[in-house]
Design a protein around this ligand. Structure first.
Ligand code: ATP
Ligand code: MG
Ligand code: FE
Length: 336
């Protein structure tokens, strides 16, 4: 079964061809990062316009890289939520147009289900059930993957997402957008124990997260330095912040692994490409004898290959969408 997948939920226009769920034949990503960097973050209106400009050539490239044509495609998978509504609509409209013109079945995919499914690409042996920590620009979810397409959310962020915290702190210390990779890079020269930033625990939600207090602590520290006329050591602030975020993520994940006796654990989403987080998780899992999985960085941030994987499992379980498929900007995981 050969799937053409389309992703346009944020600032990447992406298309991919995926065969039988785990064999990625092509993975084309046109990133708008350079454009949005000018404004310090994603500008929704600009994102939508860029998607429209790029989507046709990205799809053509994905088909030709995979040495195939629409005549050989069995289904079209497309992200229909969550994300920016105008951005999502470009992919959804394109997918519907191809589906109608070529009479190819259409499968709407949940973007976060895509991020989780990225783990299946390089880990051919990975199958549910497993525990997954989704850490992306807009989500921080600790999820029990019960089966393909079946999820139980154990915990989530009460305020900022992990990636969002990286982006905001990066901006505050003058690193710019996108924050995650830039903070990781400068942290190599910094001391992660230079400052003790808070690690939030939530009394009535053992698997929930909160990063706004950490963000405020960093901002207060920066303001304090400015008032005292002390210059900040960017690398130390970045490394200490990164350590605080990863400590909390690792702590909650390990608590859930113990409580629910999980023997497999995966991470997903843009922040999952962070080296300090990966190494910390790997060590913690090794100590417990838990198998640790993560996608390569290119499959952590937004891409269409992961959407093709999720679409495959939805498709073989009978999911079909009609031409009334719409973009759902606040779609919840496990909802349709
Ligand atoms: P969502 O998937 O929740 O809708 P999104 O699609 O914008 O949001 P992703 O593309 O999954 O998010 O990830 C982008 C986020 O990942 C950004 O916040 C970025 O700063 C963060 N990120 C990317 N690389 C790294 C890294 N090496 N370390 C930490 N964070 C990173
Ligand atoms: Mg992005
Ligand atoms: Fe994403």
């Amino acid at each position: 079964i050969k799937i053409l997948a389309i992703e346009s939920s944020c600032d990447e226009t992406a298309a991919a061809v995926v065969v039988n769920g785990r064999d990625v034949r092509s993975n084309v990503i046109s990133s708008q990062i350079a454009l949005h960097t000018l404004y310090g973050g994603v500008v929704p209106e600009i994102a939508s316009r860029k998607h429209i400009e790029k989507i046709n050539q990205v799809i053509e490239q994905a088909l030709s890289d995979a040495d195939t044509t629409l005549d050989d495609i069995d289904a079209i998978g497309v992200t229909y939520g969550p994300g920016l509504v105008g951005a999502l609509l470009v992919g959804v409209a394109e997918a519907k147009a191809i589906s109608y013109a070529k009479n190819i079945p259409l499968v709407g995919v949940h973007h976060i289900e895509g991020h989780i499914s990225a783990n299946y690409i390089e880990n051919k042996d990975l199958e549910p059930p497993f525990l997954c920590l989704v850490v992306s620009g807009g989500h921080t979810h600790l999820v029990k993957v019960l089966d393909y397409g079946k999820y139980e959310i154990l915990g989530r962020t009460r305020d900022d997402a992990a990636g969002e915290a990286f982006d905001k702190v990066a901006r505050a210390i003058g690193l710019g957008y996108p924050g995650g990779p830039k903070i990781e890079k400068v942290s190599h020269e910094g001391n992660p124990h230079a400052m003790e930033f808070p690690r939030a625990k939530i009394a009535d939600g053992p698997y929930d997260f909160s990063f706004s207090g950490l963000k405020s602590a960093v901002l207060n520290y920066l303001n304090g330095c400015q008032m005292k006329g002390i210059s900040i050591v960017q690398a130390d602030v970045a490394a200490s912040f990164q350590k605080a975020v990863t400590d909390v993520l690792i702590g909650n994940a390990m608590k859930a692994i113990d409580e629910f006796k999980m023997d497999k654990f995966a991470i997903a989403g843009g922040v999952a490409s962070n080296g300090v987080l990966r190494e910390g998780m790997r060590e913690a899992c090794e100590k417990k004898g838990v198998q640790f999985y993560h996608p390569s960085p290119i499959f952590c941030t937004d891409n269409a290959a992961m959407i093709g994987v999720a679409a495959y499992y939805d498709f073989i379980h009978g999911q079909r969408d009609g031409l009334d498929l719409n973009a759902v900007p606040n779609l919840k995981l496990g909802e349709r």
